[in-house]
Design a protein around this ligand. Sequence first.
Ligand SMILES: Cc1cc2nc3c(=O)[nH]c(=O)nc-3n(C[C@H](O)[C@H](O)[C@H](O)COP(=O)(O)OP(=O)(O)OC[C@H]3O[C@@H](n4cnc5c(N)ncnc54)[C@H](O)[C@@H]3O)c2cc1C
Ligand code: SF4
Ligand code: SF4
Ligand code: SF4
Length: 379
Amino acid sequence: MKKILEEPLQCVGCGSCVAICPTASISMRTKEGGFLYPEIDQSTCVSCGKCRNVCPVLAEKAKKEPRQCYALVDNREASRLKSASGAASILFAEQILEEGGVFCGCRLDESLRAVHDVTDALDTLDLYRDSKYVQSDMSLAWPKIDAALKQGKKVLVSGAPCQIAAVKTRFGDREELITCDFVCSGVPDPSVFELYKKALEKEQGKAIQSFYFRDKTNGWKKSNIRVVYDDGSEQIIERKNSDYFRLFGNNLFFRDCCYNCRFKNFNTSADLTVGDYWGIERLYPEIDDDKGCSLVIVNTEKGEALLSSILNKATVWQTPLAFAIETHPKLEKSIPKSAYRGLFYKHYKGDEKSLQKAIKRSMGHSILDKIIRKISTIK
Ligand SMILES: Cc1cc2nc3c(=O)[nH]c(=O)nc-3n(C[C@H](O)[C@H](O)[C@H](O)COP(=O)(O)OP(=O)(O)OC[C@H]3O[C@@H](n4cnc5c(N)ncnc54)[C@H](O)[C@@H]3O)c2cc1C
Ligand code: SF4
Ligand code: SF4
Ligand code: SF4
């Protein structure tokens, strides 16, 4: 059987191979819950090798030495409050759109699935705010990025480091392409997010209209889930009371490649890297108003130019890179794989009943649960 990767679980699920295949021989299929992996139809494959050429896992990594590191806040408080941290990503996107370019980022679609899409409209940018803690599907974005670059437009792509590596592997170091990645913990299983939304709808007896992972009603540091229902009502769910974030905190449902991520250490060649500037109060207590502060690491000249162009709308403080690395170990290291992840996916089969069983088996706290778990991991 033809494979793109010798070790299929190294696949980051970017879908670039599917988008490039000239004979439409590759389709994405779910494995391990809801994660998508490519499968090749050998009867139509013409062995052109294009899929391997665009795969970011196989590509040589070009490490960029970061140049400068900053804390950044959007001067417009309303904008900052809507964003995950200090609104750096959206400031960059606005600037590119004002220059006549397009922005590619992650939004929740009409079914509240995380997808990467491309926009040239300033009034749609709110959709791209907020960290969606779930793997986004890039299939919609590939042809749109390609078309915009062919038209000579500036394109800013924002995404996880592996997604940016995929974009750079496919399109190369073109002048019009600007990229921004983030400090990445890893991406959760989309099928668990689907079931989580369904469970909330069942419990509330109404349909979800919008979903926010990082609502700042109780502050940036204690951000909660906010759900808006179709009757206009709102629900705030504290992270500690959410099964979804309990799975997140226990490192149980991230994509397999995230536990041994090949895209750390600035080797995605992104022009900019952003994150939540946790710990900034130790350097600049005056910034700490609990409304959100972005970490911005400038990796290239292009990144420097984009940051300079938004300084009329933002305030920045220079910080040592060593401090950012100390406060963000995920810049260099992958999250540890939970010893119970195998157990979780042994029980989880993509439906609500098996999810509850998997949660109980891998996270249950009663003595009986612990004994069952111990026996199951020994087997
Ligand atoms: C899955 C995930 C894990 C993260 N882990 C960390 C971490 O451990 N430490 C840390 O400091 N920061 C982490 N971040 C980054 C952080 O949460 C903020 O996204 C970042 O600080 C940018 O904030 P902002 O205010 O500039 O973004 P906003 O203005 O809120 O814009 C959000 C940006 O993130 C992009 N985005 C949102 N969801 C996704 C997604 N699922 N896939 C790809 N791109 C997406 C959007 O396209 C947009 O550009 C993570 C983000 C995600 C999505
Ligand atoms: S080798 Fe070519 S034809 Fe075959 S799956 Fe890859 S891209 Fe498609
Ligand atoms: S191109 Fe992307 S989806 Fe295809 S095999 Fe490589 S990592 Fe996986
Ligand atoms: S941890 Fe690595 S592999 Fe996982 S989403 Fe982030 S960059 Fe991609």
